[in-house]
Write a protein that binds this ligand. Structure first.
Ligand code: ZN
Length: 107
């Protein structure tokens, strides 16, 4: 029997809180979720060695704003797709994967 989220909330401190069916509460920073995006293009980007340039990356206006989670949509009954404020929304975060990320809240 696998666990599933029973409640999603954006907290005032800029973290996402997920309550799970077994009572566990985990919080996630938006950038942690974005950095671990499981979609194919992000996985490919992460597997590449860092570019050997010393130029500063040029950020688009959307990238320069603080990153936010703009929406989460259920995918089947096993995952969420997360839409980020930088326009990226192709990552499918399975419940199993979400349980590996974030940190357990002490309460
Ligand atoms: Zn991605």
């Amino acid at each position: 029997m696998s666990v599933y989220p029973t409640k999603l909330a954006k907290r005032g401190d800029g973290r996402l809180l997920i309550e799970w069916s077994d009572g566990e509460q985990r919080s996630y920073s938006f950038s942690e979720l974005r950095d671990n995006c499981p979609c194919a293009s992000c996985r490919e980007k992460r597997s590449q060695p860092p570019a050997a340039t010393t130029l500063l990356p040029v950020l688009s206006a959307a990238e320069a704003r603080p990153l936010e989670v703009q929406g989460m949509k259920p995918v089947g009954n096993y995952a969420y797709s997360i839409e980020f404020s930088d326009g990226h929304d192709t990552g499918i975060y399975t419940f199993e994967f979400l349980r590996e990320l974030g940190r357990v809240e002490s309460e």
